[in-house]
Write a protein that binds this ligand. Sequence first.
Ligand code: NAP
Length: 323
Amino acid sequence: MASAEYVSLSRTGDKMPLVGFGCWKISPEDAENTIYDAIKTGYRLIDGAADYGNEVEVGRGINKAIKDGLVKREELFVVTKLWNTYHNKANVRPSFDRQLQDLGLEYIDLYLIHFPVPLKNVEKSAAYPPGWYAPNGATAIEFERSPMHECWRELEKIAESGLAKNIGISNFNVQLILDLLTYANIKPAVLQIELHPYLQQTRLVEWVQSQGINITAYSSFGPASFIQLTEDGKSAQPLLEHEVIKSIAKKHGKTAGQVLLRWSLDRNVAVIPKSMHVERMQSNRDITSWSLDSEDHKQIKTIDRGLRFNNMDSYGFNLPLFA
Ligand SMILES: NC(=O)c1ccc[n+]([C@@H]2O[C@H](COP(=O)([O-])OP(=O)(O)OC[C@H]3O[C@@H](n4cnc5c(N)ncnc54)[C@H](OP(=O)(O)O)[C@@H]3O)[C@@H](O)[C@H]2O)c1
């Protein structure tokens, strides 16, 4: 079974590409050319965030591609995320405006709350983007009493203004989504979460989808982008070299990377792989004209380990966010 290349979002019916390009860990020096190459390769969804520290350059890559006639703005689907230090109702809109300005765009297609973690505000003049710790050598994260219902209302206002066509969430669990659905006037269009064969989260995926919320998987290659960041990233067997994944890849004449991405598409989950290499950008996109079979899915099911790499505890914060 092949699959569609887009999914329609609730409320707006906007078509979100199922295969997008991720911008985390692309240096500002590389970002403009990398995003330009990604668009040239055919990517139509760009997944960024204030926290990635490269929005100005990502925006330059997007605008250069538009100016050179590779693509029209309306053919692109630009995603970005509100950082934790801006959850207060007074800070959401100014932060969004800053991101829009940095990107050099007139609107965003999808604006997500990056994490359900309200951190103490950091003035943009002191540090931008500020990361998890307050500037000036703080050694622990500091929370702020900014309720999620107020933060979400601000995102709704941005959606009502048309400046963000769709709004959504990232790294939320079912308890928090259930609560959000009790007050939301606009339901989240998308939930973005870590998802790969070591962390399959089948019940979460199925329940969230049953609520009409689309899912985007991040870190589809499991530990690949965490090798330098965390102990788990370093010690886990690379998924790209896992024998189950490799044997399925061989059977279909595909690469391990393509199998890992197709595994999500088969579950109606969008993917946003990141690569600095054009050949990988191309092969990571080439996943819509074929699919895995039920035997492949059965085998992949057996390698679930509940292993999360984007785990706050493993960065040294005392925050069991997904407990
Ligand atoms: N919402 C959140 O909290 C959150 C968290 C993490 C990520 N994300 C988003 O999700 C995107 C993707 O996740 P990710 O960056 O963690 O990692 P990823 O896409 O799973 O993996 C990227 C790593 O895999 C390598 N790679 C890419 N394609 C490959 C291929 N075909 N074969 C072998 N290696 C390959 C890349 O190296 P090269 O670059 O050298 O090719 C890079 O080291 C991010 O960029 C970001 O936009 C969101």
